[in-house]
Design a protein around this ligand. Structure first.
Ligand SMILES: [Zn+2]
Ligand SMILES: [Zn+2]
Length: 220
C-alpha cells in the first residue's frame, strides 16, 4: 500500500495478520528501512509485500523499532536475521527486548513469548538522527505508553511524515505506562505538525488537520 512514492505500508491487518501492528517501509535512494516488525507469524506475506515494492532484503539497512511491544517486535529477530539490518530502539525499551521480558513486551497478552534479540543501535535521550540514503530520519523519544517509546519523523515529497505507533495507548501498569509522560508526549506529537501520520493500529491519516484531530482525541 503506497503512502508516498518512497513510503509503503507492508504489514499489519489484512496485509499480513490482524495481530500485527502496522509495518512501514521507507525507501530513500534505494536504501531502505522498516518501521516495526509485527508479531512474526506472517513473515512470508511480509517478505512478499516488501518484494512487491521492488526492495531486496539486502537494501534494508535498519529495522526501526517504535517500542518493545510484541505486536511490533515479535518478528524482529527473524526478520533482521534475514535482512542483516541494524536494529534501532530506544535504550529504555531495548533492555526488555534483549532480556526477552514477556510482561513488559506484552508477549503474555498475545499468549506468546518474545524471541530475545540484541539492539544494535540504542537511542539515548530525547532526539537522534538516523541517516538513510543521504536523507535523515529523526527519532524522537515519546515515553508514556512504554518507557522507551519513540516516533520517527521524516520528509517525503515535501511532506512531514510521522511514524507514531500506538498514539492511542493503551496505558497499563504491566508494561510500565506513565500517564503524565503519555499526555506530554501527545502534546509533543501535536507540535510536530505532521502532514501524514502512520499509526500502528488505526491506519494512515493524511492532512495536518486530520493528523491533529486523531492525536487530540486521546488528550481528553
Ligand atoms: Zn504498544
Ligand atoms: Zn501496538
Amino acid at each position: 500500500m503506497k503512502i508516498t512514492n518512497e513510503i509503503y505500508q507492508v504489514g499489519g491487518g489484512t496485509l499480513t495478520s490482524p495481530e500485527d501492528a502496522a509495518i512501514y517501509l521507507i525507501n530513500f535512494n534505494d536504501q531502505a528501512a522498516l518501521v516495526d516488525a509485527g508479531c512474526g507469524g506472517a513473515e512470508n506475506k511480509l517478505l512478499k509485500n516488501i518484494a512487491a515494492c521492488g526492495i531486496r532484503l539486502e537494501q534494508i539497512q535498519y529495522l526501526l523499532i517504535t517500542h518493545c511491544h510484541f505486536d511490533h517486535t515479535g518478528g524482529a529477530k527473524s526478520l533482521s536475521d534475514k535482512c542483516r539490518c541494524k536494529i534501532v530502539a530506544h535504550e529504555l525499551d531495548a533492555a526488555f527486548l534483549e532480556e526477552g521480558n514477556n510482561t513488559v513486551t506484552a508477549a503474555n497478552w498475545y499468549g506468546s513469548t518474545i524471541a530475545p534479540f540484541m539492539v544494535d543501535r540504542k537511542l539515548k535521550g530525547s532526539l537522534e538522527s538516523i541517516n538513510l540514503g543521504e536523507r535523515t530520519i529523526q527519532a524522537i523519544h515519546t515515553p508514556g505508553h512504554s518507557p522507551g517509546s519513540v516516533v520517527y519523523l521524516t520528509e517525503s515529497e515535501g511532506l512531514k511524515v510521522l511514524f507514531a505507533q500506538d498514539v492511542h495507548g493503551p496505558l497499563d501498569r504491566s508494561f510500565m505506562s506513565v500517564k503524565k509522560d503519555y499526555l506530554k508526549s501527545l502534546e509533543l506529537l501535536l507540535s510536530l505538525e505532521a502532514d501524514i501520520l502512520c499509526e500502528g493500529h488505526f491506519g494512515i491519516y493524511k492532512g495536518k488537520k486530520k493528523v491533529k484531530n486523531f492525536i487530540k482525541q486521546f488528550l481528553k
